[in-house]
Design a protein around this ligand. Structure first.
Ligand code: ATP
Length: 301
């Protein structure tokens, strides 16, 4: 089994709202995959389908080679899961919750590792869960997902609500889990997090995967801003007609601010026919690429 997660054509409707419109996604064994997208894009819905918490109307799902609808126990035993909206209430102390989970999971948890997790995340296990701050509740969520060293980690926004130092610690823990052989699938809104942590990024938008690439490949695909000025006023229509070229601003045909997606070749060849005085280009960061997807969302709304 090469793919630990294999989703094909996943469709999910909530009443009249279509949350997923045919999601295809594969996660390779041992990879750290970042799952990104704007609010409401379908990240949590995809994750909840993986865990068979909700059922899609169409599509197929394989987790660790199994159908989670047919083998829920076998699948979930091998997963560490952190839900996006972790609800931890009740009068249990943190240590009591962990003891309960150790027993529930068949006493296979390495207690030294559990202790290391709580120490590194500075979590006071003598406190009652209901009295913890939201950041400390999030730490409880992270620890319960990692503590039994599962084969597959599925984490919905693992660093939400954590301060920057704790975020860094979580990144280290996830990398260490990966180096022990675990596969990590995590959703995030934080661009820097994905850039530094993920081997590969899948971007979901309006219920479909719109990009799958390594952070480096995404940066290579980045848009460029091009500023061109002309010796005489020109008609910019031939530039507007070029694929991937958008005229953002112009000044009496004497200069233009362009946004170029993909290769520069067509633009440069076309500009050869213009009386070009000056040309400046600037590449864009990974952040700009994500903003591109987010902007389109707003434009369409
Ligand atoms: P966020 O980053 O805000 O957590 P997300 O990418 O996780 O967003 P989902 O929570 O999967 O997105 O939501 C996808 C779409 O489905 C949204 O339009 C959302 O409003 C809708 N949705 C999610 N859960 C329900 C529900 N229980 N009932 C109705 N609509 C829902």
């Amino acid at each position: 089994m090469e793919h630990v997660i294999d989703i094909q054509g996943l469709v999910k409707w909530y009443g009249s709202v279509q949350a997923l419109r045919g999601v295809d996604l594969k996660v390779q064994r041992g990879e750290l995959l970042g799952f990104l997208g704007p609010n409401g894009a379908g990240k949590t819905t995809t994750i909840r389908c993986l865990l068979d918490q909700i059922r899609p109307q169409a599509g197929s799902i394989r987790v660790l080679g199994l159908d989670p609808q047919k083998n829920p126990v076998l699948v979930q035993r091998q997963i560490g899961y952190l839900p996006g909206e972790l609800s931890l209430e009740g009068t249990l102390k943190v240590s009591q919750l962990f003891r309960y989970l150790i027993q529930l999971r068949g006493n296979r948890t390495d207690k030294a590792y559990l202790k290391e997790l709580t120490r590194r995340l500075e979590l006071d296990t003598s406190r009652k869960i209901k009295n913890l701050s939201s950041g400390n509740k999030q730490k409880v969520g992270v620890v319960q997902a990692l503590m039994h060293q599962p084969t597959l980690l599925i984490l919905d926004e693992p660093t939400a609500g954590l301060d920057p130092l704790m975020q860094q610690e979580v990144y280290r823990l996830l990398r260490e889990a990966q180096s022990r052989g675990a596969t990590v699938f995590f959703s995030s809104h934080i661009l820097g997090e994905v850039e530094t942590l993920a081997d590969r990024v899948a971007i979901i938008r309006q219920g479909v995967i719109v990009e799958e690439a390594t952070p480096d490949q995404l940066t290579e695909m980045a848009m460029r801003q091009v500023h061109v000025s002309f010796m005489d006023p020109v008609d910019l229509d031939p530039l507007r007609a070029l694929p991937g070229v958008h005229v953002l601003a112009e000044s009496d045909g004497l200069s233009a601010q362009l946004r170029v997606e993909g290769e520069m070749d067509a633009l440069i060849k076309s500009l050869a026919g213009f009386p070009v005085k000056d040309l400046q280009t600037a590449s864009h960061s990974l952040e700009d690429i994500f903003l591109k997807y987010y902007e389109r969302e707003e434009e369409e709304a």
